[in-house]
Each structure stands twice: as C-alpha cells, then as structure tokens.
Ligand binder design. Structure first.
Ligand code: PLP
Length: 452
C-alpha cells in the first residue's frame, strides 16, 4: 500500500478502508467470498502487462510462452476438479462466460450453408446478402431460462438483457405454492416452445436442481442444455453436489464464475463437452477481449486449492451453515422462500416485517450486516424495491463461522428488522425506500457482531 500511496494516496486509503469494512461487517452477500492471500497475490503480477489473444499455442501475439503455461495449468486443474472434457478459463466474468457459451451454441448448431464458409475462413466469399441471412439465422433462435423473480439470472433470457434480445425467449418459474422448481411445468413449456437453448442454474434459488431431469427435457425437445453454476460451483467442486445435482456430466455446456462459492479471483469459465470445444475456443477474440493472464494464473491457484480435502470440508460447512441460518429464522417466526434451503442461499421474505427488500437492506447495512435485496416469486414490489433479502453463507464460512454463529446472525437480523419501520416520502405518503431504525439497534448489533 505504501507503493500505491506514493502515487495516489486516495486509492491506498480506499483500499485500506475496504479491508477494514470487510473485516468489521457481516458479509452475507451470497455471491461474495474472501479469496486466499495466494489467490490475491497471484493477481498482482507482471502477467497483467501481457496481451495474449487466441488460445494456447495459437496466439495472435508473440511471446506468450508463459501465458500458455498459465492457461494450460488453469484449464488442466479445472478439467480435473470438475471432471469436464474441456475447460475455457479466459472469460473475464460470469456474464462473459455465458456470452461465450451462447456464441458457441449458435456457431455450432445454427445450420447454414454460410457457416461452413465462415468456418473454412472464406469470409471474403460472403456477399452482403449472405451476411444478412446469417444475421437473421443467428438472431432467430429460441432460449428458455428461469425467470428473474424465480431466482434465474439476467443473462438467462430476461427481456431487457442482451440474452433476451439476441434470442426469442420464454421463461419458466417455480411452483406458486411451494416456490420449488416444477420439472413437469418446465417440460411442458419446452415442448411447446421448442428452444434451441435450455438454461438451468440460478442466482437466488435456495434449493438444489436435478440436472439429469433438465437434460431429459432438453433431449426430448432437441435443445442444448446450458447450466450456469456460477453460484454453486464451490459446492460442485467440494463434492457436496454429486450425482444428479452435479451439472457437469449432464450439461452440454456449464458456465461459472470463479469468485463466489468457488473462492477464486473475479472471473468466469466455460466447461464443455468435446463437440463444443472448438467453438468455445474462439470465444476470444470473437466475443471477448484479450485474456487477463494474471487472473487466469489466480484461477489456477484457486482450482489447486479447491482440489484439497480442506476445500471439501469447507464446501460441506457452507451447506450446513445455510441450514443453521434457515433454522435460526424459522424458529424466530420469519418467512423463507421455499421454507428453507439445501444449498448456500437463504431467501428471506421481509414482507411480514412490513418492509420492502430495499428498506430491509438499508436498515441492515446501518447495523453492519451486508446483504442484498432480492425479488421473491411474483414479487408485488418489483425488481427494484423487492420483498426479499438474499443471504449466503460462503464468506462467513471462510471466516470460520459455524452453527452457533449463524444462529446468532439470524437473531441479529430479526432484531434489526423487527425494530425497523417503513418511512414516508417527503410528501408524507408511504415510501418503499425510506425507513426508521429504532434507537440503539445499530449499536447493539454492531457490538454483538464485532464479538463474533
Ligand atoms: N450467472 C449467475 C447465475 C450469477 O449469479 C451471476 C452474478 O451474480 C453471473 C452469472 C454474472 O457474473 P459476473 O458478475 O461475474 O459477470
């Protein structure tokens, strides 16, 4: 930090403050974690200075021999960790990984006489009319994904997102009574819509998914199954999700982030069956900018960590702790979407406290509890204000929290929410954003959490 301070002291100060804040608050954001010093240090090296578009042994720049070593090792660790035939470790983020997967599905599956020419690199033979037809065929495909309010991600076909614009899209939800995935309903929708791509995976669904069933549905309608395991990749790597709950053997393409439960650097990855490998390989430069070699190096380090028995024990504790947190809420009378959890996520419906998700999120932050507001199924408050709070156990599990600490976390959250009232607008009407936190609550909660 001294080196940084000698150039721009305000950045050094912000960095110091970020560390202090992360240490003094309760980090319950389900997509965050604390990467190890080895992972963090690997990102701050000279690899950051190197351009390496292309793939291992096939670069558009000279002098990439060390990047080749790094990328090969990261991919090799990833293949072994997840039992995947092929791993592409270049994506800069989870969204980038999904875009590469979409690209590879279109490139591989859209039948067109022009594609052959493209793949043979005879692009100069294509006329304007050829390109127009190609654009039309690429832009005329269908995708079926989980809706945002049921727990899916923006890139799973949410209309305003690029995925909802590049594909004709439809969405499946969860059962309105139980909040659980209804495979028969997904199958019925798939039969009717006949998508090219069926997307499974989630950002805010607190349950496990049976990927064998999803593959059956995809096969029945001739779709490609793409699973986005960004959230639960750590639970797959740590062998908590095995058999039909492990997407990798069932999906044609599995995408992920590397920084959530997997506890690596910020980044993304695509795992693929052989048939898609060469199309995924063209992700850079067809979809992505030059790879972040320093981050690929850190991915290799993180995957090496994830292959240890220690990591498996950590992954199991993530799931056990989520159960403890859920029980902590249920015994205190709070409402959970689906009534509990069997992964790393707990989705708390805060409407019984008379609050919106936005009000709850802000009040909790005042008390040093960092969460994010989240829609609940059929949310009456929409995606901005919401009615839920999403909580995840990976980060505090890294800090060593166990059953008792997570029970206390539930107690503190219920304390804050029971002592928060919805505020009013400037004109005196009901507000979905402003709130009034009871006297002394923030101090009481901050003090208790500092002791943990
Ligand atoms: N996919 C899922 C399921 C996610 O939950 C997220 C992020 O929250 C992403 C993709 C996007 O990841 P990133 O922010 O790295 O682009």
């Amino acid at each position: 930090l001294e080196v940084i301070a000698s150039v721009e002291p305000r950045i050094a100060e912000a960095t110091r403050q970020e560390l202090a804040d992360q240490r003094s608050s309760l980090k319950l954001i389900a997509s965050e974690n604390y990467a190890s010093p080895a992972v963090l240090m690997t990102m701050g090296t000279w690899f950051s200075d190197k351009y390496a578009e292309g793939t291992v042994g096939h670069r558009f720049y000279a002098g990439c021999q060390n990047v080749d070593t790094v990328e090969s090792l990261a991919a090799e660790h990833a293949r072994e960790l997840f039992g995947a035939p092929y791993a592409y470790v270049q994506p800069h983020s989870g969204i980038d990984a999904n875009l590469v997967a979409f690209w590879s599905i279109l490139a591989n599956k859209v039948e067109s006489p022009y594609l052959e020419k493209l793949q043979a690199k005879n692009v100069n033979e294509l006329s304007e009319a050829d390109w127009e037809t190609l654009r039309h065929e690429f832009g005329n495909q269908r995708l079926l994904g989980m809706s945002l309010d049921a727990g899916g991600h923006l890139t799973h076909g949410f209309r305003p997102n690029i995925s909802g614009k590049m594909f004709h899209q439809q969405q499946y939800g969860t059962d309105p009574g139980t909040g659980l995935l209804d495979y028969d309903a997904v199958a019925a929708k798939a039969r009717e819509f006949k998508p090219l791509v069926l997307v499974a995976g989630y950002s805010a669904y607190p349950r496990r998914v049976n990927f064998a069933k999803m593959r059956e549905i995809a096969d029945e309608v001739g779709a490609v199954l793409m699973v986005d395991m960004a959230h639960f990749a750590g639970l797959v790597a740590g062998k908590v999700f095995t058999g039909e709950e492990n997407p990798v053997p069932y999906a044609h393409l599995t995408t992920t982030t590397t920084h959530k439960s997997l506890r690596g650097p910020r980044g993304g990855m695509v795992l693929a069956q052989e048939e898609f490998a060469s199309d995924v390989d063209r992700g850079c430069p067809m979809v992505l900018g030059g790879p972040l070699s320093h981050v690929m190096a850190a991915k290799a380090v993180a995957f090496a960590e994830a292959r240890t028995p220690d990591f498996q024990a950590y992954a199991q504790r993530i799931a056990d702790n989520a159960k403890s947190l859920a029980e902590g809420f249920l015994t205190r009378g709070a409402n959970l979407v689906t009534g509990g959890t069997d992964n790393h996520i707990v989705l708390l419906d805060v409407s019984s406290f008379g609050l919106t998700g936005r009000q709850a999120e802000s009040a909790l932050l005042d008390a040093g509890v960092v969460t994010n507001r989240n829609s609940v199924p059929a949310d009456p408050n929409g995606a901005w204000y919401t009615s839920g709070i999403r909580l995840g156990t990976p980060a505090l599990t890294t800090r060593g929290f166990g059953h008792d600490e997570f029970d206390t976390v539930a107690e503190l959250i219920v304390d804050v929410l029971s002592n928060t009232e919805a505020g009013t607008t400037k004109a005196g009407g009901p507000s979905k954003a402003s709130y009034v936190l009871g006297d002394g609550v923030a101090d009481r909660v901050t003090k208790r959490s500092a002791e943990m």
